[in-house]
Write a protein that binds this ligand. Structure first.
Ligand SMILES: Nc1ncnc2c1ncn2[C@@H]1O[C@H](COP(=O)(O)OP(=O)(O)OP(=O)(O)O)[C@@H](O)[C@H]1O
Ligand SMILES: [Mg+2]
Length: 246
């Protein structure tokens, strides 16, 4: 598997998982943070990959993530957003900047025949990343899979959604609207049409409802996090919801 951190793949019965262990150099339990955040996204009604958390002695732990590119012995076709957007990661130079973009990804989803609901879900995931402070949302952390039962491509479940454990980010990695990365109400609304949210009022309602769902879901999942993570996530939630809804 790719990605910056160590990982292993395992099979348990018919299910295939990726196991991501913590590192002794981690300042916080990142695996617990990843698990809690994945549960948060699910509780808020989005399609997030299933995770299981495994405490290990000391402050370390491991997270297990269900693979979306396997169905028992069968492989499921999967393509990363980096491929779809023809965006290199890391970007080679500034000529590549702008390829990594949520509204462009929404347009690509439409072009390959994914349903409108996937573009709306992508919009909601962008809002979620903005609220929790996941600025590692690069194009290899989004993917599409081919659903044989539906005979079409679909946005894959969200994976590797991990809030920054340091300062609260003010920008996302991918563009949220043309030329803009900043986490503000205006930048998240500016390109609403490209997500298939045709009227500005429709986008404003979607944003308000998504923020409300994310806020409500925090109450269900907050005890998954450790004390320090709960405080950090609660503070981010309060700050971001004020910023995005007024
Ligand atoms: N649930 C999954 N099912 C299938 N493939 C996955 C899944 N989760 C991750 N992958 C693939 O494995 C790669 C690495 O996994 P992941 O992004 O979780 O690791 P990471 O080391 O935290 O990455 P990063 O470099 O983004 O910090 C992803 O880019 C993706 O291609
Ligand atoms: Mg990753």
């Amino acid at each position: 598997m790719g990605g910056a951190r160590p990982k292993a793949t395992i099979q348990d019965g018919t299910q295939c998982w990726i196991v991501k262990p913590g590192l002794p150099t981690d300042a916080t339990d990142l695996e617990l943070l990843e698990h809690g955040t994945q549960q948060w996204g699910r509780a808020a009604g989005m399609r997030f990959a299933q995770t299981v958390h495994h405490p290990i002695a000391g402050a370390r732990s491991a997270v297990r993530v269900l693979r979306f590119d396997r169905d028992g012995e069968k492989r499921i076709m999967a393509v990363s957003a980096a491929t779809l957007l023809q965006a290199q990661f890391p970007a080679p130079d500034t000529s590549d900047a702008g390829r990594a973009s949520y509204p462009r990804l929404a347009e690509e989803l439409r072009r390959i025949g994914a349903p409108a609901e996937d573009c709306f879900e992508l919009y909601d995931r962008m809002v979620f990343n903005a609220i929790v402070g996941n600025d590692d949302d690069h194009p290899r952390n989004h993917a599409v899979i081919y659903r044989h039962d539906e005979r079409r491509w679909r946005l894959a479940p969200a994976f590797d959604v991990v809030p920054s454990a340091d300062d609260t980010p003010t920008r996302l990695f991918m563009q949220v609207s043309t030329g803009r990365y900043d986490i503000t109400r205006e930048s998240l609304l500016a390109d609403h049409r490209r997500f298939g949210l045709l009227m500005r009022s429709q986008a404003e309602s979607r944003l308000a409802e998504t923020v409300a769902r994310i806020e409500a879901a925090f109450a269900d999942v907050r005890t998954i996090f450790n004390g320090e993570q709960q405080k950090l996530m609660h503070a981010r939630l309060i700050k971001a919801s004020a910023l995005l809804t007024s």
